[in-house]
Each structure stands twice: as C-alpha cells, then as structure tokens.
Design a protein around this ligand. Sequence first.
Ligand SMILES: C[S@@+](CC[C@H](N)C(=O)[O-])C[C@H]1O[C@@H](n2cnc3c(N)ncnc32)[C@H](O)[C@@H]1O
Length: 206
Amino acid sequence: MRSRPSTTIRNPYRDEFLAAMERLGRHDGARTEELYRRRSELIGRYAFAVPDDRAIGLLVRLAPIVEIGAGNGYWAWCLAQAGADVIALDKFSPDGALYDSAAPCGVENTWFDDEWRPVLRADETAAGAHPDRTLFLCWPDPRSYMAHTALAAYRAAGGRRLVYIGDPASSGDPRFHAALETLACVERFRIESWPCCDEWCAHYEI
Ligand SMILES: C[S@@+](CC[C@H](N)C(=O)[O-])C[C@H]1O[C@@H](n2cnc3c(N)ncnc32)[C@H](O)[C@@H]1O
C-alpha cells in the first residue's frame, strides 16, 4: 500500500488539541484547570496521545503494525488514512463508563465510548502472533503487566521492532521500562502534548 503524507489525513483530535492550547495553554490558574478538563474530555472521544505528523510518519515507515491496547482505534484510524497496514487489538470494548483511577487495573476499558475503527478483542499475548509486524504500544496501562507481557510475547516470537508512546511516569509498568533499557533505541522524540505530560515517541530495535 502506498503511503500518503500524514498531513493530508483527517485528524480532528489534533485540530481540537491545537485550538484548546491556543485558547487556554498560555495561562495559569482557572484556565489550566479548564485545559485539564478539556484533556479528559478529548481522551474520552479520541485517545490518550494526540497523533502528530512526526509520530504518524514514523509508524507509517515502520508498518505493518500490530497495536496492543488500541482503545477506541483512533490512532489506527489515523495510521490507516496515512497508508499504514494496522491490526488494532484491545482486550476490552469501550463501555462508555467514566475513567476511575481507583478501579482495579485492567478490568475494563472505561475510557472510551465508541470506536473510530474496528478494534478486535485480544489480550496482550496476541503480540506474539504478529512478530512480522512492528509492535505499537500507546499509553499502556501502568498498573498491570500488560506492556511487559506484550513485549515478552512479541520478543519470544521473534519480533524485532517496537514503537512506544507515552509519558514514562504514567504509562507502562516498571518491568516494561526495565526491558526498554535493554533494547537499542533508534529514535526518541517528544510529541505534541498537553502541558501536564512529558510525552515521548520511541522506536526500539530488539
Ligand atoms: C490507557 S488506555 C490507552 C488506549 C490507547 N492506546 C490510547 O492511547 O488512547 C489502555 C488500554 O489498554 C487496554 N488494555 C488493558 N489491559 C489490556 C490487556 N491485558 N490486553 C490488551 N489491552 C489491554 C485498555 O482496554 C485500554 O484501551
């Protein structure tokens, strides 16, 4: 499949993110609170990370992709528009409930209401069925071993490439981050993000 430049895709999350930053991002106090409320609202509609051109371009270059914990499929929808072959998987279906940070980890997909692209039901071990694809993990849960187990299954099956996006302080479990230290980081860059996040996109070779 031939790739189109990611700038040509529809990406309403980025449009709304940039509008929110323009309106609220340069202020403190009440406006900052409003910005965080807006972030939660947009996460529910779209995704945790805002797809930006550089991250989309990297993933298109590294396609085909298998995405584990794909949420409502927003990233997969963007990547498919940009020409990438993506399999999007998540253990849970969007249930429309509100995110509860006190809920037990990994029991349900409480963040999202709907899907942008069909997301197939599969848990993290499904990464091991796709060693021929680049493994993509975007904001994996920090409270379960999902990211670590996905990477281990993928590695054991002979998978060679990982792209991880998230704020390391609040996504991915400690064993996953320890495993990343053992991999060769080819490229790592900050992606466009909310002021409260220290968000990175990193490409590793295994
Ligand atoms: C923080 S959300 C991130 C979703 C999406 N990647 C994004 O960036 O918006 C974590 C996702 O992992 C999924 N998840 C949790 N445990 C999982 C598991 N064991 N296997 C596969 N997906 C899982 C949840 O349903 C949820 O969609």
